[in-house]
Design a protein around this ligand. Sequence first.
Ligand SMILES: [Zn+2]
Ligand SMILES: [Zn+2]
Length: 169
Amino acid sequence: MTVSDRFADSVRYHFSNPPQDWTVRKLDTRRWAIVNSADDVISTHPTRTAAEQNRTAGPYVRIWTDRTAWYLGTSTDPRCRALTPEELRIIATVLIDLDHPDAPAACHRAWPDAEFCDLCDLPLRGPDRLCPRCDHCSTDGCTNPLDDGEGFDGYCGDCADRRDHLYTT
Ligand SMILES: [Zn+2]
Ligand SMILES: [Zn+2]
């Protein structure tokens, strides 16, 4: 596993396990754990009340929030090192993958010279003004993208075939 694979994994792990998904579990007598959705223990506490309190606020939530700010470039902590261009691209790619609301902002930071989709604000790979996800078939209810080169007149290959009779004279 390369260094950038490991970085991608930790970014994905971080954003896939936010505090709002943490739960409290009893491990033993006077031992309560905060557990994330990957089933990893965040911290342990002597009482359920202490665990519940730390689940919603406190140092562990703050660590998560600080790390989020670092990944998203909104950190004001001078101790945070600057992310490399490659790391910025990894973060943006993971956030697109997770359909994260901050994905567009991360993409603008990762690809400062790129063109962006007019609708969803994700980076474009071709000359079109819309990404394949937004530039989808004009048939009501059809969500096929128009990126396979099969369709015509704004319809995907399937729908264009079905509309074939409209085009013959
Ligand atoms: Zn789009
Ligand atoms: Zn269609």
